[in-house]
Ligand binder design. Structure first.
Ligand code: HEC
Length: 158
């Protein structure tokens, strides 16, 4: 969003710069050409900005390593705290944030559809549990099964 606003401002100052540079007569004679050239240039710039903006939005907020090591691994992981009902509100929020980011990561192995289903289920179950839905605990246990996911999606990169 910021990129977009900045681009529009840049476009606007560019136009005023151009109008200042040429005499009014030049402008009157060539208005149509100038306006269409500027319009084309601005559309190109804005399109690029929108694409960049969309890519920026999809970049995961947390690294895979943080999500796995702080979110999932061990007896003091956020997941354990949440499932054992001893997580603070901050910790609950962070775990949901981790799993949101996980859905945006690309796994080192396995296909995208399976990854989307697994991480989506994990995020949905976590969101329910942190809202106090005890019935969703079983869903969360299943969705957070380390091996079930690692077997399909964890490559031997590390
Ligand atoms: C939804 C899928 C999924 C679930 C569930 C999952 N993992 Fe992972 N985990 C992965 C993937 C994929 C990797 C490989 C990381 C990469 O590709 O960079 C990984 C890597 C790891 C790593 C190595 C991280 C690093 O970069 O050093 C640890 C540790 C780990 N997982 C622990 C766990 C534990 C413990 C659990 C269960 C409580 C768990 N994971 C559940 C997908 C999952």
């Amino acid at each position: 969003m910021m990129i977009l606003v900045q681009t529009c401002l840049t476009c606007a100052s560019f136009i005023s710069l151009i109008s200042a540079k040429f005499s009014p007569i030049f402008f009157m004679r060539n208005t149509q050409i100038i306006v269409s050239a500027l319009a084309i240039a601005c559309v190109a710039v804005v399109t690029t900005a929108v694409t960049l903006d969309a890519q920026a939005a999809e970049k995961p907020k947390y690294s895979m390593e943080d999500i796995m090591k702080k979110g999932l691994k061990g007896d003091d992981s956020l997941l354990k705290k949440v499932t054992e009902d001893r997580a603070t509100d901050e910790e609950k929020k962070l775990l949901v944030g981790y799993f949101q980011a996980l859905t945006q990561h690309e796994p080192s192995k396995g296909d995208a559809a399976s990854w989307k289903a697994k991480t989506g289920a994990l995020l949905a179950a976590t969101q329910k549990v942190v809202k106090g839905d005890k019935a969703a605990l079983a869903q969360l246990k299943e969705a957070s099964n380390c091996k079930a996911c690692h077997n399909v999606h964890k490559g031997d990169k590390k």
